[in-house]
Design a protein around this ligand. Structure first.
Ligand SMILES: Cc1ncc(COP(=O)(O)O)c(C=O)c1O
Length: 379
C-alpha cells in the first residue's frame, strides 16, 4: 500500500527531509561556488556551469516551494519585485496585461511606467468584480492577468478560479501574487493559476532579514523557459547565504502563519468594537465583502494582515501610529514581529489607499500584548 502523502507542514518542517549524502548532516551546506568543473570531454554532465544560472543552494528551497505550491518547478530571485518583473519581461513586447487597481504599490507603479513607455499595454481593474475583469480582457490580445489576493493593503479578495477561467478563455496566463496568503492558506495553482509569485521577504522567510522572491509554475512550458532565461539574463539572483536563511525560515512557516492568523482574527474582532476605529479591513470577518470567496479559497485562516481606518482622518491615524510601543512602526510584513504602518505615507501621491488607514502585520507575539498596545495607542 502506498504511504499516505505527508502534510505540507511536515514537508516544510523537515525541508523535504533532505540530508547531506556525504556527512549525513540534516542541514545541507551552503554552496558558494560561482563556477563548476567542465568534464575532460568538454561536457557539463553534472548539469551546472556558472553560478548566475545554476546555484546548488537553490535546489532545496526551490524544491520545497514547488512542493508547498503543488507546482512543476520554482525559481528564486533577488527580491519579490525581481520575480514579478521576470514574468512581465517574458511576455512578447507590447503585450496587453490586466492588473489590479489595488495591489502592492511599487509593482503597480512599475507596470504603469512600463505601459507609459510602450513596453506593455496595461489596464488596471477592480479585481473583486468578475464582470469588470471579463469586460477588460481582450481575447487574443491579453497575454497576462495579474492578481494579488488578499490584496495589499485593503485585503480585498479576488476569486482565483473565476479569474483563471476568464484569463484562459481570453488566451491569457493567470499569475497570482500570493505573498499575503502564503502557501499555508492558498494554493493558487490548484485553483487554475499558471504562475504563483511570492515576495519571499515576507512569510516564507518570516524574520525580516532576507529580501527574496519566488515564482512557481504549473507547467515547465515554453513560457517558463523564457522566465528561466530572464532570471539568468537579467541576473536578478539571490545570494547563497540568503537562500540558506530563506530555507531555515520556511521550516517554521506553518506554525508562524497559523499563529499570526489566529491573533489577527482576535485583533480584528476586538477592533471592530473600538469606538476610535471607523472600519476593520480583514477577510476573516463575516461582514467583510471578500469573506465568502475567502472562506472558499483560503484554508486554515485568513492571514496575518489587516488594516484599520482610524476615526478623525489622517492626523488621527498618524498620531495613533506614533503612540504604539510594542508594534514597530515600519513597512513590510510577514515577520515574527508585529509591524504597523500609516500606509498612505509610503505609497505617496496617486495611491488608492485612504489617508486614515493603518496597516497591521501581525507577528507571533502574545495577542493580548498586541491588543493592549493598540488600545492604549488608539486612546
Ligand atoms: C504583496 C507584495 N508583493 C510584492 C512585493 C515586493 O517584494 P520585495 O520587497 O521582496 O521585492 C511586496 C513587498 O512589500 C509585497 O508586499
Amino acid at each position: 500500500m502506498a504511504a499516505k502523502p505527508l502534510h505540507p507542514a511536515t514537508l516544510a518542517a523537515q525541508a523535504l527531509g533532505w540530508i547531506d549524502e556525504q556527512t549525513g548532516a540534516v542541514v545541507l551546506p551552503v554552496h558558494t561556488a560561482t563556477t563548476f568543473l567542465r568534464d575532460p570531454d568538454n561536457q557539463y554532465r553534472r548539469g551546472r556551469n556558472y553560478g548566475r544560472a545554476d546555484n546548488a543552494s537553490y535546489d532545496q528551497p526551490e524544491a520545497l516551494i514547488t512542493a508547498l505550491e503543488g507546482g512543476a518547478a520554482s525559481l528564486l530571485f533577488a527580491s519579490g519585485m525581481a520575480a514579478a518583473a521576470a514574468v512581465f519581461h517574458s511576455l512578447p513586447a507590447r503585450s496587453h496585461v490586466v492588473a489590479p487597481q489595488v495591489m502592492y504599490h511599487s509593482l503597480r507603479r512599475w507596470i504603469a511606467a512600463r505601459s507609459a513607455d510602450g513596453h506593455l499595454a496595461a489596464d488596471f481593474v477592480d479585481m473583486t468584480s468578475r464582470d469588470l475583469l471579463r469586460a477588460t480582457v481582450v481575447p487574443g490580445r491579453t497575454r497576462l492577468v495579474w492578481i494579488e489576493t488578499p490584496s495589499n493593503p485593503l485585503w480585498s479578495i479576488t476569486d482565483i478560479a473565476g479569474a483563471a477561467e476568464i484569463a484562459h478563455a481570453a488566451g491569457a496566463l493567470l499569475a497570482v501574487d500570493s505573498t499575503a496568503a502564503s502557501p499555508v492558506l492558498t494554493r493558487p495553482l490548484a485553483l487554475g493559476a499558471d504562475i504563483v509569485m511570492h515576495s519571499a521577504t515576507k512569510y516564507l522567510n518570516g524574520h525580516s532579514d532576507v529580501i527574496a522572491g519566488s515564482l512557481t509554475t504549473a507547467r515547465k512550458d515554453e513560457f517558463w523557459q523564457r522566465v528561466v532565461a530572464a532570471r539568468s539574463g537579467h541576473g536578478a539572483i539571490l545570494g547563497s547565504f540568503e537562500a540558506y536563511l530563506l530555507l531555515r525560515g520556511m521550516r517554521t512557516l506553518y506554525p508562524r502563519v497559523e499563529r499570526a492568523c489566529h491573533s489577527a482574527m482576535q485583533i480584528a474582532e476586538r477592533l471592530t468594537r473600538h469606538p476610535k476605529v471607523l472600519a476593520v479591513l480583514y477577510p476573516g470577518l463575516e461582514s467583510d465583502a471578500g469573506h465568502a470567496v475567502a472562506a472558499r479559497q483560503m484554508t486554515g485562516g485568513f492571514g496575518g494582515m489587516l488594516s484599520i481606518r482610524v476615526r478623525g482622518g489622517e492626523a488621527a491615524a498618524i498620531a495613533t501610529a506614533a503612540r504604539v510601543e510594542l508594534w514597530k512602526r515600519a513597512t513590510s510584513l510577514g515577520g515574527v514581529e508585529s509591524l504597523l504602518e500609516h500606509r498612505a505615507s509610503i505609497e505617496g501621491a496617486g495611491s488608492p489607499v485612504p489617508p486614515d488607514l493603518l496597516r497591521l502585520s501581525v507577528g507571533i507575539e502574545d495577542p493580548d500584548d498586541l491588543i493592549a498596545d493598540l488600545e492604549i495607542a488608539l486612546g
